[in-house]
Design a protein. Structure first.
Ligand code: BJW
Ligand code: ZN
Length: 261
């Protein structure tokens, strides 16, 4: 079922109102309206000659540490400048309306936390937690990255204070395992929930993309919010095709969980 803007299916509004356990599973689209480019659009401007899927690998970091670190510094600066948008705020508000809400994100920004969501499960790590590529020691940046380190600018990663190896971004690259505890908790929440909202993700990257399927297999209602179609469209009970910053507040209003705004 495909729905356009402001046209919230009553069955979904009821499911949200009545759900006791909710999982909100988010991807880069939830931060798009905060000005953070989605993963598959992240290489804009001078970065457009690179391929995101090729840069987000341990092999790329070993071969071109300056290119990969420069790209992540540029994105860390973008994340620090960004502010939560009405989609992040609506998700945080949901938890204040009585249901048990687990926010599971693939995003490496911290906009859910800054909107007020607690206990966010980050499946793909964080831009704000670099660590040593050899010994794993956390690395604290002495300063924020330059306001704009410049698109396409190469920056050598700093050396680890303990062992001298290059510091790497604290994110999960292709071919790497997800953080075990966050993944286990996310699976548990998806298995137990009554409703899973999949928001702003292309649902292409595994194993994260298994979560809506897991919830479906356990009988939960699954709804998706995304302006574009994804592989989940054929399986979800409801597909809201539009921007999250408009549709999530509309969904709260249609469910009677928010009375204005
Ligand atoms: C809006 C909007 C608005 C726009 N409102 N929406 C099974 C089958 C096939 C392959 C595999 C498989 N299992 C594992 C794999 C391999 C691989 C994988 O999934 N590959 C696929 C590409 C096919 N997975 C892995 O390697 C994972 N590890 C693993 O499986 O370990 C076991 C293993 C070990 C050893 C060998 C092999 C396996 C790890 C995956 C880690 C992914 N990491 C990244 C990079 C993180 C750091 C960084 O950001 O740079 O995570 S990749 C990238 O994709 C990033 C994202 O979190 C993730 C998901 O992307 P997301 O969030 O969906 O963003 P986009 O850009 O794709 O989509 C945005 C969406 O928003 C779009 O749909 C827009 O329409 C929408 N949108 N505006 C609402 N206003
Ligand atoms: Zn080290």
């Amino acid at each position: 079922m495909t729905t356009t803007h402001q046209d919230i299916p009553p069955a979904l509004a009821r499911a949200l109102r009545e759900a006791r356990r909710i999982v909100v599973f988010t991807g880069a689209g939830v931060s798009a309206e905060s000005g953070i480019a989605t993963f598959r659009d992240a290489l804009t401007g001078l970065w457009s000659r690179f391929d995101a899927q090729a840069l987000a690998t341990p092999e790329a970091f070993r071969a071109h540490p300056d290119v990969v670190w420069g790209w992540y510094e540029w994105r860390r600066a973008q994340s620090l400048r960004a502010r939560p948008n009405p989609a992040h705020l609506a998700i945080a508000e949901l938890a204040r309306r009585g249901a048990e809400v687990t926010v599971v994100t693939q995003n490496v920004d911290d906009l859910h936390e800054r909107a007020g969501s607690a206990g966010v499960l980050h499946l793909h790590g964080s831009l704000h937690a670099p660590r040593c590529s050899a010994c794993g020691q956390p690395w604290r940046p002495e300063a924020d990255p330059p306001e704009d380190p410049g698109e396409g600018r190469r920056i050598m990663p700093p050396a680890c204070g303990a062992c001298g190896a290059p510091v790497r971004p604290g994110v999960v690259w292709f071919g790497e395992s997800l953080p075990a505890r966050a993944w286990q908790e996310a699976r548990g929440a998806a298995e137990r929930c009554d409703l899973l909202l999949s928001v702003g993700t292309s649902a292409l990257v595994y194993p994260a993309a298994e979560l809506p399927l897991l919830a479906l297999s356990k009988g939960a209602v699954v709804a998706q919010v995304n302006p574009a179609a994804t592989p989940l469209d054929a399986r979800a009970h409801h597909n809201l095709h539009g921007p999250a910053a408009t549709l999530l507040p509309a969904l709260l209003r249609a469910s009677g969980l928010r009375h204005s705004g």
